[in-house]
Structure formats: C-alpha cells, structure tokens
Design a protein around this ligand. Structure first.
Ligand code: DX5
Ligand code: ZN
Length: 218
C-alpha cells in the first residue's frame, strides 16, 4: 500500500482544528508540511512555530518539506518542534552531505527534494545516506498546479538506482497528484503520494484519502 501524505498547505486555516481531526481519523500516514521562505521559492508559508501546533494536533508522522535557503540554520529548530522527517532541496544545499549528517545526528529521517529540472542521477553518491527522495512534480511554491509528465521517467530511473543497490530509500511524489494520475505514479515506482488540493478541495477528503490508500504500490 502507498504512504499517503496530505499537504496542509491546502487546508482551511480558519478551521484547522477540523482539518486535523479529519486527517487524524483518516488512513493518511503523514502530515506533509511545506515550509517556504520567499527566497528559494516565490512564496512564504509557515515555519517552526506553526509546525509546533501541528505536532500537538497529531501522532502521525510530521513530514517537513523545507523549500528554504540555508536549511542548516533551521534544522535544530524543526527537530525541537517535533519534525520526524526533514527534507532539504538539492538546489538549496552547497554541502548536501553535511546537511544530511546534521539532520540524522539530530535524530530525524533525512530527505532530499529535487526540482523538476534536476536529474535523479545527481543523487548517486548520496543515495545510501538518505531515507527519502522527494521528486517535485511541479515547480515548488504553490499548491494546485498540474503534474509534469516527465516526472514518471524520473521515478522509473530513480527506482532502478535504488533497487540496484537494494537500498531502503523511499520515493515521494509532490505536486499535482490526483485520483486520475496516482496509479501511474505508483506503477512507475513511487512509495509516497503527497496530495494537497486533491484531498482538501474534494467533497469528501476522508474518502479521497482512502481511495489513494487503496491503490497498489510495487
Ligand atoms: C508545492 C508543495 C506541495 C503542495 C502540493 O511547492 O511542496 O506539497 O502543497 O499541492 P498539490 O497537491 O495541490 O499540488
Ligand atoms: Zn511539499
């Protein structure tokens, strides 16, 4: 079964309590929390202070996606407020290996996110040090964009790299995941589906989450 990670970026911030309850009672696995700094991406979302509230609202895994420059400055702050997985962008890190070691030494799982233009082959020498790769299937910064089809090729290539070395690395797909394209994303080799608009803008979010969860991953 795939891991389902609804993105709270698309939640209703006037009624977060209800959205958190809905997620907690659903078969969702992760809270996907998108941190944006207005520098790495052209949008600003929220930081550790808000994540502390989400942490108190759930026992589910807090999957924190940092779309920020200089993530090493904030890794400790995100650990403090209860992040379980901390993902940094390949494009934002001059010293990716050092950043990964920092995240792991703080006791979190480490993820690396790739923008749509960044080839998966660049991860060859870091793959055995990380827990997750987040492949961006839209340009990061906003919810509700359309899935970039070339992501399917990237998933296949990355999955071969992982399987070849028999690594436990999980592939997360972030952006434009819908009920229509989710199965093809899983067939290509993804393990984790992030879904913002597809979940929160649907008539019955709980049901949408269970439909995603019922799909088959390989
Ligand atoms: C985009 C974020 C995503 C976003 C996904 O920069 O990283 O997590 O919330 O939203 P949807 O699923 O609506 O494309
Ligand atoms: Zn994200």
């Amino acid at each position: 079964m795939p891991i389902i990670a609804p993105s709270l970026l698309s939640a209703n911030y006037l009624n977060l309590d209800a959205d958190c309850k809905m997620l907690n009672e659903s078969v969702a696995d992760y809270y996907h929390l998108d941190v944006m700094d207005g520098r790495f991406v052209p949008n600003i979302s929220f930081g550790p202070m808000i994540i502390e509230f989400f942490r108190k609202a759930t026992t589910k895994v807090c999957d924190v996606h940092l779309m920020i420059e200089e993530p090493e400055k904030y890794a400790e702050a995100f650990k403090k407020v209860g992040a379980d997985i901390l993902t940094v962008h390949y494009e934002a890190c001059h010293h990716l290996h050092r950043n990964i070691q920092q995240i792991k030494s703080l006791g979190m799982k480490a993820g690396v996110a790739l923008n749509p233009h960044t080839p998966v082959e660049l991860l060859k020498d870091i793959l055995s040090d990380i827990d997750m790769v987040c492949l961006m299937s839209v340009n990061p910064g906003f919810g509700g964009q359309s899935f970039i089809p070339n992501t399917l090729n990237k998933i296949r290539d990355l999955r071969s790299m992982i399987d070849e070395k028999n690594l436990p690395v999980k592939i997360e797909i972030d952006g434009g995941v819908t009920l229509d394209n989710a199965q093809s994303i899983l067939d290509a080799g993804a393990h984790i589906l992030v879904a913002g608009n597809t979940v929160f803008k649907s008539a019955n979010p709980t049901h949408t989450i269970s439909l995603l969860k019922q799909l088959k991953s390989r």
